[in-house]
Ligand binder design. Structure first.
Ligand SMILES: C[S@@+](CC[C@H](N)C(=O)[O-])C[C@H]1O[C@@H](n2cnc3c(N)ncnc32)[C@H](O)[C@@H]1O
Length: 284
């Protein structure tokens, strides 16, 4: 049997590999394919507005989770920046905004946005698993579609808790293990997961390549290196150090025959019960 320290060294080596893979994969901004499909060819103000408009229309419920108008003058951390729509919107509110991302592409894009629009936001390269900030630094932390890619969801949530001030709020979005996509694709495994759950604190349980590719693929068709799916009960357990935790599901994609039905209606009818994404509002 391997000793505790050997296991620790293996875990560290594995994490270093995951970080390197994430740094390379996410250097291509998530949203690149979408931007192409919208006819976006550059990073001009007009092109980014077009992208941001699409993003805000496609995820209209984001405004119910991120209190943009209340962030003026607050210390805000965003983790996982992608194309930078949320960075732009928060810093336009005159918040004291810092973005953190493991990959250079998203950090460069956020900095470009701030310079282009004369905003005072900052963006830093680094991992939420080892964040370059002291504890209790932020009033508000937002991480949309990021923490489940880190390779250690439990530690990522622990860091969010550590960085948040007492009385602060965090909003994180993590992919659901019990969405309509899982129920249709693998009903038996999903039923087992719903009934028994998984101990995500003890194991990472990254999804297989097929499942990862369905959610995040780059322009070469390669899947994101790591993706963990969670149930609301598992997520609540990982967030137990917070004073409050409210979890709601959202988002129905346009897969298969669903693409023939108005997405807004699908989201309204099934989003809260079978949505792809779990939005978790956490109070410390
Ligand atoms: C799917 S994108 C989401 C981007 C954006 N929030 C959005 O909604 O479009 C995931 C982002 O998380 C970042 N990321 C992955 N692992 C990370 C880590 N350990 N620390 C910080 N950022 C990370 C990626 O580089 C990428 O920009």
């Amino acid at each position: 049997m391997e000793s505790q320290s050997a296991l620790g060294i293996n875990a560290n080596a594995q994490q270093t590999k995951t970080d390197e893979a994430n740094r390379a994969f996410w250097d291509e901004l998530c949203g690149t394919q979408l931007a192409k499909s919208l006819g976006i060819k550059d990073q001009s103000r007009e092109s980014l507005r077009k992208y941001d408009h699409w993003y805000s229309e496609f995820y209209p419920y984001l405004d119910a989770y991120i209190p943009f108008a209340e962030l003026k003058g607050r210390k805000v951390l965003e983790v996982g920046l992608g194309y930078g729509t949320i960075a732009q919107r928060i810093s336009e509110q005159d918040a004291d905004y810092i973005g953190l991302d493991i990959a250079e592409g998203p950090v460069r894009m956020a900095k470009h946005r701030f310079a282009q629009s004369g905003l005072k936001g900052e963006a830093t390269l680094g991992s939420i698993l080892n964040p370059p900030f002291s504890e209790e630094s932020f009033d508000f932390i937002v991480a949309i579609g990021c923490l489940h890619h880190t390779g250690n969801l439990e530690n990522a949530i622990r860091q969010v808790h550590r960085l948040l001030k007492d009385g602060g709020t965090a909003v994180v979005m993590i992919y659901s293990a019990l969405s309509y996509r899982q129920w249709i694709g693998s009903p038996y495994a999903t039923l087992k997961r719903a009934v028994f759950g998984k101990d995500l604190a003890a194991n990472n349980y990254s999804a297989g390549v097929g499942a990862r590719k369905k959610y995040d693929a780059n322009s070469m068709g390669k899947a994101a290196p790591e993706t963990v799916f969670v149930t609301a009960a598992e997520l609540a357990s990982l967030c137990r150090d917070f004073k409050s935790c409210e979890i709601t599901a959202q988002n129905i994609g346009g897969d298969g025959p669903l693409r023939f039905i108005d997405r807004r209606l699908l989201c309204r009818w099934f989003g809260r019960s079978l949505g792809l994404d779990l939005y978790c509002r956490l109070g410390k």
